[in-house]
Design a protein around this ligand. Structure first.
Ligand code: NDP
Length: 329
């Protein structure tokens, strides 16, 4: 079987040389373990951070060892009573065609309820990030005007749609191409702009003339600065990600207007999706309802084959995806 190893740590943008495709034997199962044939693996921005050798909320990937990340697949062999052969399971050993791990570390999912890839996206970590960040970190209330950056991506596209179905007065998104902007309007955003078209502050002002109450930040930098300027009093920011900085090799200056927090009495709240783990059952039921009645839809960008996984990550960081970036194995 095959897996992707970290060959070297990138400086700036990762390149193909930072990854290595390795041929390995499938290990024999110990008691209480399962062998999973991975069908899909998730490709996420946080993986770029784990390629660096820096202390963070997750340990760095090790050179010469396989990368890790969300994956969903079918159990081919099992020495656990709890997880029978044939189960569809979600687990954390992506970046490989087959995974052997303790049955305690897999979650059995219902493949008849939704396509299995959805458990890596809207029904999984991505969706929980969107919902938890919006309703908990940003304390969203009906009537709020919401701005979300990275809006055509996996998390952002769900944030905007949840805000819309939950009674936002206005939902504005920013994204990196005219095609993505058009897609956001189809998804029900009230306004959207391409952040390459001019200063974000001006585009946001035009898109939300009455200001915003909530900003869901996936991007950081200039976007955060613009959002603080557009905020109404008692506005709230869910600080989810800062993708404009993940490949940066030097500190970035913006936002330069943090003093606005005082006069406008703003709240900036960073969060990690794991804070909302105990809400995942409640969330899954809500999201399953929204997907079933068509009020929320999700896009996927699917690359074929494990050998395409490194390029999928490189492309994700450049905006090559609409919706959730996945590799089918
Ligand atoms: P996305 O599907 O949004 O993919 C990343 C997107 O970022 C790209 O498609 C690209 O879209 C955009 N992007 C890349 N570079 C820039 C840039 N310089 N400026 C603006 N946009 C850029 O990924 P996810 O939905 O998985 O993640 C979105 C954010 O949420 C990330 O910051 C991630 O780290 C964060 N996150 C945080 C979690 C938490 O627990 N706090 C959990 C999960 C995700 P475009 O074409 O529009 O530029």
């Amino acid at each position: 079987t095959r897996e992707i190893h970290l060959a070297s740590r990138p400086h700036g943008e990762p390149t193909a040389d930072d990854f290595e495709l390795a041929e390995v034997d499938v290990p024999a199962l110990d008691e209480g373990e399962v062998l999973v044939a991975n069908h899909y693996m998730s490709v996420d921005p946080y993986m770029r951070g784990r390629m660096n050798d820096t202390k963070s909320y997750v340990p760095p990937f090790r050179i010469g060892a396989p990368l890790e990340g969300g994956a969903v697949g079918e159990v081919l062999a099992s020495t656990s009573d709890r997880v029978p052969v044939g189960s569809t399971v979600l687990h954390g050993l992506g970046w490989r065609e087959h995974a052997v791990l303790s049955a305690d570390k897999v979650k059995v999912v219902d493949a008849s309820l939704a396509p299995e890839s959805a458990y890596l996206g809207a029904l999984g970590m991505t969706g929980l990030t969107a919902w938890g960040g919006l309703t908990r970190a940003a304390a969203f209330q009906p009537g709020d005007a919401v701005f979300v950056s990275g809006a055509a991506g996996a998390v952002g596209s769900i944030v905007g749609q949840i805000a819309k179905v939950s009674g936002a007065s206005r939902v504005v998104g920013s994204a990196g191409s005219p095609e993505k902007v058009a897609r956001l309007l189809e998804l029900g955003f009230d306004a959207a702009f391409d952040y390459h078209d001019g200063p974000v502050a001006q585009s946001l002002k035009d898109a939300a003339p009455d200001g915003i109450d909530v900003y869901f930040d996936n991007v950081g930098g200039e976007h955060l600065e613009a959002a603080l300027s557009a905020m109404n009093v008692f506005g709230r920011v869910a600080v989810c990600g800062a993708i404009s900085q993940y490949n940066a090799t030097a500190p970035t200056p913006a936002p330069r207007n943090l003093a606005l927090l005082i006069g406008k009495q703003l709240t900036l709240r960073g969060f990690l999706v794991k804070e909302y783990a105990d809400l995942s059952a409640e969330f899954a039921e809500l999201m399953a309802g929204w997907l079933a009645d068509g009020s929320i839809t999700f896009d996927e960008t699917v690359r074929e084959g494990l050998d395409q996984a490194p390029q999928a990550l490189i492309d994700l960081l450049r905006g090559g995806n609409t919706g959730k970036m996945l590799v089918r194995l």
